[in-house]
Design a protein around this ligand. Structure first.
Ligand code: UTP
Length: 290
């Protein structure tokens, strides 16, 4: 399977769906049990063999950079107290990958965030992982996209079928033949009304992009919501017959959405050896009292 060298993770959005928690802290630092959402996303990229991570950050997002940096005072205290396991955990985060940060001065949309990273990415294909979309770590969300890119050389969007009442939250592509590993996208629409949607196949936060995307982004006018929409650039690729959709079988949590965030916390806790037994007993007791 192709292994890409670089992944781009935009984390400069305002997180307005998660106020007031996101007034003074990035939504990407909210924890699933004890690990920030952004660390789950970074670890997914690393599991796919990617070594260089470019994060697009903005004002108020310094906690993300600090999380992946050396924490000298903390490490010193842990070392002096002999807390070896805690020290290893804290230091391990710094060595996960090579990190580079690019600033997006204003959150003008995902298309604009991607364009901000143009010179950090350069002239090579790259993975794009949205910083608030988390997939079940027991499966590789990116593997189907990487296989489709290896077979076609084209840009790939990861898709999942969503209920009809949710299509207006996503970019929606035309459906492919049932059961295929990937298909050609002929139309893609950002946040359509259900009646205008080409299908229920939604783009869900994982992409493989080719460097020609940057030139398409430069030419964009602001689209839906006054933002520079990545979907508008992908629509140009689709019209040229150069965009692929690949279904992602792994379960997904949109942690920027409160209900999905709660579900992710419960399900991640149930996967933890140290919490499973006590937490299951608690949930059973709670359920029987509802
Ligand atoms: P979202 O639309 O989910 O994030 O963007 P948001 O704008 O922060 O959320 P709400 O709707 O206000 O609650 C998906 C990803 O793209 C990043 C976000 O940080 C998120 O990880 N993003 C979005 C940027 O980096 N820059 C932008 O201008 C917009």
């Amino acid at each position: 399977m192709t292994i890409l060298r670089k992944a781009l993770i935009p984390v400069a959005g305002l997180g307005t769906r998660f106020l007031p928690a996101t007034k003074a802290q990035p939504k990407e630092m909210l924890p699933l049990v004890d690990t920030p959402v952004i660390q789950h996303v970074v670890e997914e990229a690393i599991r796919a063999g990617i070594k260089h991570l470019v994060l697009v950050t903005g004002r108020g997002k310094q906690a993300i950079e600090n999380h992946f940096d050396v924490a000298y005072e903390l490490e010193d205290v842990l070392r002096r107290r002999g807390k070896v396991e805690d020290l290893e955990q804290v230091q391990g985060i710094t060595h996960l990958a090579q990190f580079a940060y690019v600033r997006q001065g204003e959150p003008l949309g995902l298309g604009h965030a991607v364009l901000c990273a143009r010179y950090a990415i350069g002239e090579e294909p790259f993975a794009l992982l949205l910083g608030d979309d988390v997939f079940d770590p027991r499966e590789s969300a990116l593997s189907g996209l990487l296989a489709a890119h290896a077979a076609t050389g084209m840009a790939v969007v990861g898709v999942q079928e969503v209920p009809e009442e949710h299509v207006s939250r996503y970019g929606i592509v035309n459906a492919g033949p049932a059961g295929t590993a990937y298909w050609n996208v002929t139309s893609i629409v950002e946040k359509p009304e259900p009646a205008r949607a080409p299908s229920r196949w939604a783009v869900v936060g994982r992409y493989i992009l080719t460097p020609d995307i940057f030139e398409l982004l430069v030419g964009l006018e602001p689209g839906a919501g006054g933002e520079y929409q990545l979907t508008d650039a992908l629509a140009i690729l689709a019209r040229q017959g150069r965009l692929i959709a690949a279904p992602i079988p792994a379960k997904r949590y949109d942690t920027g959405n409160k209900l999905d965030y709660l579900k992710a916390n419960v399900e991640f806790a149930l996967q933890r050896e140290d919490l499973r037994a006590d937490f299951t007993a608690y949930l059973k007791e709670l359920a029987s009292s509802l």
